[in-house]
Design a protein. Structure first.
Length: 231
């Protein structure tokens, strides 16, 4: 997958793409990340990207005549313009189903806001898929883009080895339930034991236990998911 990121702070991504699973995906050619500093499309001597809000009010707004050309130029780098995603608290909330659908794309172009966000005409002109990562406000779209990249990357075949498989993760693989509790050695710690069923090698019994635990946990903690599962 090819991921282009438009940001005013490309340095934020440096560690993110050079560590752990993501670095492996880049090394193995499963992922290419290209960083674009939107400021490169500012054509005045101060590299101005923002201006005061029309009608007054606090903060600064990202200028439509800077952002739109930067996005169009990045989209034109490749034959395929890719799927444009604007990170915004006003978008639909990211979930595993959205991640599964984005993981099928060949190219994602992620647009990160800052300050008070974008001039609304950016959205009107570019018609991006607007995605929020939750009902809270971040300083900028960069951390939201990282969340989106991580959740999508996990679903691309080959990115995770067996030991990190996403198959049984909560919300995953058509399963909208929470994953059952996990244990590893030691068998006993501070008086707490690994459940006996997980130690006896009876795979059918283990599977049954996991399914029951998964249902129980979801009913207790996230009944909304349990209801959705039955729909
Ligand atoms: C400080 S926020 C702007 C918030 C905006 N004034 C509002 O109230 O909707 C600056 C940028 O951070 C990003 N951002 C903030 N919260 C986000 C969230 N929950 N999900 C995705 N992006 C977010 C967006 O790119 C946004 O343009």
């Amino acid at each position: 997958m090819l991921v282009d990121i438009l940001t005013l702070f490309p340095g934020i991504f440096t560690g993110f793409i050079s560590e752990s699973l993501l670095a492996g995906a880049v090394r193995n050619g499963l992922l290419t990340v290209r960083l674009h500093n939107m400021r490169d499309w500012a054509d005045d001597k101060h590299n101005t990207m923002d201006d005061t809000p029309a009608g007054g009010g606090a903060g600064m707004v990202l200028k439509v005549d800077r952002v739109v050309p930067s996005v169009e130029a990045v989209q034109a780098i490749d034959g395929d313009a890719g799927k444009l995603v604007m990170l915004t608290p006003q978008g639909r909330t990211l979930n595993q189903r959205i991640a599964e659908s984005l993981a099928k794309e060949r190219r994602l172009v992620l647009l990160c806001g800052r300050y008070e966000g974008f001039d609304d005409r950016v959205r009107q002109i570019l018609n991006p898929d607007e995605i929020s990562i939750g009902d809270y406000i971040l300083n900028g779209g960069e951390t939201a883009a990282m969340v989106l990249i991580e959740t999508v990357m996990r679903l691309i075949p080959g990115v995770l080895g067996d030991r990190d498989s996403s198959k049984f993760d909560s919300f995953s693989n058509g399963n909208r339930l929470l994953e059952s509790p996990q244990f590893t050695r030691p068998r006993e710690y501070r008086g707490l034991q690994i459940p006996e069923v997980l130690l006896n090698g009876n795979h059918a019994a283990i599977e049954k236990w996991r399914q029951e635990q998964s249902q129980k946990l979801t009913r207790e903690r996230r009944p909304d998911l349990f209801d959705r599962e039955r729909e």
